[in-house]
Ligand binder design. Structure first.
Ligand SMILES: Cc1cc2nc3c(=O)[nH]c(=O)nc-3n(C[C@H](O)[C@H](O)[C@H](O)COP(=O)(O)OP(=O)(O)OC[C@H]3O[C@@H](n4cnc5c(N)ncnc54)[C@H](O)[C@@H]3O)c2cc1C
Length: 441
């Protein structure tokens, strides 16, 4: 038996029978063959940043840390093929020299490119899809030990399943990503009234390249973030194209001191004295300052999260998001929940991936959080009932309780995905209890 595995949020753990650290596709095929011979399952893992048990296994765990970096690049077409274990934080060093960047990102870069895309990780922006929509090709080892290429020209009909496959279809060896020319983001962060933001939510999203907001429960205010894309002129570089980064001290104060050191102390205190939560949230809301700066896109998207939390996030039809947030506010007040972490609201364009949370509709994402040490109460289950009632689809990598039956109703191409699973993994070599719950046996 190998060492116990635990995810970042400390919500899940498991003990694999054995761990394998492949360097090549052949070694992955050998691991799948061995699993089939011994009756084990196989589970590749990325950076273990999913809040669900999607990465848990008592079978053979594949750690892909030896399969990282660039396989090949097509700078003219703006595409790179990466080894599946490459972390998002490794990408700027690969992409910048090629004059490229990811089209969009979430708020951290700790994930691997495959872990992020297999669960439908997204950022914000109504004109942009989640990270999986950038996947234009992959090679994978299926549950029968076959090495298969899926791209726009080979097995193209399988791409909408493989690009966001929950790790249920095979072990990805490489992923090809469509990038965009390198760009800066002009970030404007301002406090605003929650009601004003909710009243104009769609308008603000349509007007901006990227819009999101945070609401601290028990306060009237929201913190908005609006990012505008600025191309980098290859001749002039970032500085000549208008970069105006935050100074090192200001960045340290806002992102390290406020977001980590202070936040850790504050939520720790609130855990011991929940009654203080509303007052503290109002104080935090008041001291958070406005910011205006221009920097490389990845430096604007990404923050460093050292305070551990639990998270549930649902994608709703865009127009339902403001109503659902008002219902969450009413729920928190009525049930007197003491919630120290903010609620985050983002958007994404519609796409056509079979299991994308934004499949076929523009989406508003609402994410609720709790400090990881806070005691469990009914806040998440009751918030989930609100979000699910609006036709919500849960993020595959974040906490939720839905099962295959209710997920099937929410995804028009659910059975098409299951058909690909039946073909790629007929013996369920990649199954685990989470996949059985959300996809069926
Ligand atoms: C602090 C924090 C912030 C976050 N911010 C965001 C955000 O802004 N937006 C958002 O949408 N999500 C966000 N998430 C969720 C996160 O992006 C997803 O859960 C993502 O899947 C984590 O990537 P990972 O590399 O850790 O994958 P893991 O959790 O390790 O694995 C996820 C899945 O990918 C599969 N997988 C990994 N490698 C392979 C492979 N080679 N082949 C096949 N399958 C594979 C695993 O088997 C598993 O099923 C955040 C999570 C945390 C903890």
């Amino acid at each position: 038996m190998s060492a116990r595995w635990r995810n970042w949020a400390r919500t899940e753990s498991s003990v694999p029978a054995t761990e394998v650290f492949p360097r090549t596709a052949e070694q992955i095929i050998a691991a799948v063959d061995r699993a089939r011979d011994t009756g084990h399952t196989v589970k590749p893992i990325g950076a273990s940043h999913s809040f669900t048990a999607i990465g848990a296994t008592d079978g053979i765990r594949l750690e892909l840390r030896r399969m990282r970096g660039l396989v090949s690049a097509d700078p003219a077409g703006g595409r790179v093929t990466l080894w599946a274990g490459t972390h998002l934080w490794e990408l700027p060093a690969i992409l910048e020299p090629l004059g490229l960047a990811l089209a969009n990102m979430g708020d951290i870069d700790k994930q691997t490119i495959t872990g992020a895309t297999q669960t439908g990780t997204h950022g914000t922006g109504l004109r942009l899809g989640g990270l999986s929509t950038a996947v234009v090709g992959a090679t994978l080892v299926t549950g029968t030990g076959e090495l298969l290429t899926v791209s726009e020209t080979e097995n193209a009909e399988l791409l909408p399943a493989v690009a966001l496959g929950l790790g249920a279809l095979g072990v990805l060896v490489t992923v090809t990503i469509q990038c965009v020319p390198r760009y800066l983001l002009h970030a404007v962060e301002t406090p605003d009234s929650l009601d004003a933001v909710l009243d104009t939510f769609e308008e603000r999203n349509r007007a901006a390249d990227h819009f999101e907001f945070y609401w601290f429960p028990h306060t009237e205010g929201a913190r908005t973030k609006t990012n505008t894309r600025i191309p980098v002129d290859p001749e002039l570089g970032a500085a000549g194209s208008g970069a105006r980064p935050l100074g090192a001290v200001s960045r340290y104060v806002d992102e390290e001191l406020m977001n980590n050191t202070m936040l850790g102390a504050v939520v720790g205190f609130q855990r011991w004295l929940p009654a203080s939560t509303p007052r503290i949230n109002r104080a935090v809301q008041t001291v958070s300052s406005a910011r205006d700066y221009i920097d490389e896109s990845h430096r604007v998207y990404v923050t460093n999260r050292r305070v551990h939390f639990r998270e549930m996030e649902y994608a709703l039809p865009l127009e339902a998001a403001p109503t659902a947030l008002r219902e969450l506010r009413e729920l928190i007040e009525r049930r007197k929940y003491r919630v120290s972490f903010p609620i985050e609201v983002r958007t994404a364009a519609a796409d056509n991936l079979f299991l994308s949370t934004a499949h076929g509709r523009e989406s508003g994402y609402i994410a609720v959080h709790r400090y990881w040490k806070d005691r469990d109460d009914d806040y998440f289950p009751e918030a989930e009932a609100v979000l699910a009632a609006h036709g919500g689809r849960p993020h595959w990598g974040k906490m939720h309780t839905l099962t295959a039956d209710s997920l099937r109703e929410r995804y028009p191409r659910f059975d098409d995905f299951v058909a690909v699973r039946d073909r790629f993994d007929p013996d369920r070599v990649f199954a685990n209890p989470y996949l059985t719950r959300v996809l069926g046996e």
